[in-house]
Ligand binder design. Structure first.
Ligand SMILES: [Zn+2]
Ligand SMILES: [Zn+2]
Ligand SMILES: [Zn+2]
Length: 108
């Protein structure tokens, strides 16, 4: 499979953007953080690696492409991502349990 040519930061990030914290088959997305506009594999990766506090995406900016599918490299907007349970390009399933964590990334 294609490995990501976007730089995704984090702890033990693999080519599918899985990390030490989330590494099941469906944990394939990376998230761009509003604070630094850099991709991290997950919230905890940002906590461990970034030198600043995370900031959430304000709702008016949810048309920004801030979600990266680690399987095919497609970037989704936050709006798109919140309505999908799989990648529109490669059809890889996303982890639905991620929705518990939306408030960590997006100003819901
Ligand atoms: Zn940041
Ligand atoms: Zn992580
Ligand atoms: Zn994909």
């Amino acid at each position: 499979m294609v490995s990501s040519n976007k730089i995704v930061k984090g702890v033990q990030v693999d080519p599918y953007t899985r990390c030490r914290h989330y590494h099941s088959d469906i944990d394939i997305i990376a998230i761009k953080f509003y604070c630094c506009k850099e991709y991290y594999a997950c919230y905890y990766c940002h906590k461990e690696k970034a030198d600043h506090r995370e900031e959430k995406w304000p709702q008016k900016l949810w048309n920004e492409r801030a979600i990266l599918c680690g399987n095919c490299d497609k970037e989704l907007t936050i709006h798109e991502y919140l309505e999908l349970s799989q990648c529109p390009q490669c059809l890889h399933r996303f982890n639905e349990k991620c929705s518990i964590h939306y408030p960590l990334y997006f100003d819901i």
